[in-house]
Design a protein around this ligand. Structure first.
Ligand code: NAD
Length: 498
């Protein structure tokens, strides 16, 4: 089988890398190497940033109507050709086709939001703040911005940022994950087809060298990063030390609290869907079910029964759950099954030996459930990022809240209950950025913003939606006096308007 070379997209065209360094790209369902992605050298970081810098002045002065037209055209193209993109995602990430289609649908929301850019960029205006003096505020683009994305949403996460960034008039260098890089090249070509001028969006593939190159490049003004917490912290600290605006979204450990009065069938459906969708490789996956009081035994039975019906295999064959992204990641996740057993948790469902509808060489691990997990166990303390779900049992609602709030992550959480008062109290007391009430994966719609608290996000601005517009612009306030100015003479006092 031919191994394709995956290289950069710079200044509106493919750019074949000059460096000797590259990484293997796999089809996770077969284990085969299908591609080799070039890793950028510093000289290529410079090239991509220069292309973006050259494109910036023309793009920032392009009319809002013309920019919106490009966004509308891109939206139409993406919607028409989303099946192609879903196939690319499944071939390199492994998630089932239906799930890949879902990721694109959520990406479309972010594009559709940015189509409203003429309205979103409106400033404020105050007439006559003083005699014949007006004040107005405008939002201007930053310049060249960097977007660095993780493997688990190869289309959606870049498209959380790129539409808003370019709609605001910035130019972008995108550094996608090296594990599933092809989606970004496909999307870049689509932007070109939609009429985006050369250089406004560049795709630079690579590893730490490319990331560090962007973080320290004097021309890059801002960085949007999504990935694991240690790298997010590093990106935030390095980027801000180099004078950049940074939003760095990190990892997660999302708890789903189930109160005894909840609809346990609904809760069990939700736990299985949110725990094992995309093989647990979602930053909003439920990885811990917190069973309160009497909810524990029936809930674990119901979850186990649903898990036994899951069909694991090649994402192109209509299965429920696909493989993990690489063999190394599968081995790391599997090591937590051993760790959980060694720590004394009850292995209620063992995913290591499930029947697979696919090649034996794929990177498989079936859905796994641990019961009676305690907070000091590594299966609780670490982000596993795979199909391993833990049940922690607590006696009361208060103990559940204490557990969630003591966790260093605060990305998403959910409460399942039929008690409106308990749900309202939970949304008020819980220290987490996104909360679901009888909804297990509360990813906000595109016209709100996405972001966690604590170790799940470094920086003060969330992703996409209104926060995205805020992040990719800076405000300027103009105080102006025109025609027939009053001549008050020289006055060294501080300007005042009373
Ligand atoms: P990762 O941190 O390994 O990689 C993310 C990006 O950082 C990639 O582009 C990668 O090339 C780059 N990178 C990796 N190591 C680096 C280093 N040493 N120095 C500089 N850059 C480096 O994350 P991943 O495995 O691709 O993605 C999974 C992680 O992302 C999980 O922790 C998940 O929770 C998180 N995630 C978070 C969100 C969110 O919104 N909070 C969304 C999706 C994924």
């Amino acid at each position: 089988m031919e191994i394709k070379r995956i290289s950069h997209w710079i200044d509106g065209k493919p750019w074949v890398g000059v460096t000797e360094r590259s990484g293997d790209v796999f089809d996770p369902a077969t284990g085969a190497v299908t591609g080799r992605v070039d890793f950028a050298a510093q000289s290529e970081v410079d090239l991509a940033v220069s292309a973006a810098a050259r494109a910036f002045p023309g793009w920032r002065d392009t009319s809002l109507a013309a920019r919106a037209n490009v966004l509308f055209a891109f939206r139409e193209l993406l919607n028409a050709r989303k099946k192609e993109l879903a196939e690319i995602i499944t071939a390199e990430h492994g998630k089932v086709l239906d799930d890949a289609a879902g990721e694109i649908q959520r990406a479309l929301e972010a594009v559709e939001f940015a189509c409203g850019i003429p309205h979103l960029l409106k400033g404020g205006f105050s007439e006559n703040v003083s005699r014949r003096v007006d004040v107005y505020s405008i939002r201007q683009p930053l310049g060249v911005v960097g977007v660095i994305s993780p493997f688990n949403f190869p289309a959606m996460v870049p498209l959380w940022f790129v539409p808003n960034a370019i709609a605001c008039g910035n130019s972008v260098v995108l550094k996608p994950s090296e594990k599933d890089p092809s989606a970004s090249n496909w999307v870049a070509e689509l932007w070109a087809e939609a009429g985006l001028p050369d250089g406004v969006l560049n795709v630079l593939h690579g590893d730490k060298v490319a990331v560090d190159g962007l973080l320290t490049h004097p021309t890059v003004r801002a960085i949007s990063f999504v990935g694991s917490t240690p790298i997010a912290r590093y990106v935030y600290e390095t980027g801000t030390r180099n004078g950049k605006r940074v939003q760095a979204l990190g990892g997660a450990k999302n708890h789903m609290v189930v109160l005894p009065d909840a609809d346990l069938d609904l809760a069990a459906d939700a736990a299985v869907s949110a725990g094992f969708g995309s093989a647990g490789e979602r930053c909003m996956a439920i990885s811990v079910v917190v069973a309160v009081g009497d909810a524990g035994d029936p809930l674990v039975d119901k979850i186990g029964e649903r898990m036994s019906r899951l069909h694991v295999g090649d994402g192109r064959r209509g299965c429920d759950m696909g493989p993990l992204v690489t063999a190394a990641h599968r081995d790391r996740v599997t090591s937590y099954v051993d760790a959980g057993l060694a720590a004394g948790a009850t292995l209620a469902v063992d995913g290591r030996d499930v029947p697979i509808d696919g090649s034996p060489d794929g990177f498989w691990l079936g859905p796994t459930l641990f019961d009676h997990v305690r907070p000091e166990m590594s299966i609780y303390t670490d982000e596993i990022f795979g199909p391993v779900l833990s049940v922690v049992r607590v006696p009361t609602y208060e103990a559940a809240v204490d557990l969630v709030n003591a966790n260093p992550w605060g990305n998403g959480t959910a409460i399942f209950t039929n008690d409106g008062g308990a749900a309202r109290r939970y949304q008020n007391e819980i220290e987490v950025g996104m909360v679901g009430v009888n909804v297990p994966i509360p990813v906000p719609v595109g016209y709100y913003s996405f972001g966690g608290w604590k170790d799940s996000l470094f920086g003060d601005t969330h992703a996409y939606g209104p926060d995205g517009i805020h992040f990719f612009t800076r405000t300027k306030v103009v105080t102006s006096r025109w025609l027939d100015p009053s001549h008050g003479g020289v006055n060294l006092g501080f300007p005042r308007h009373d």
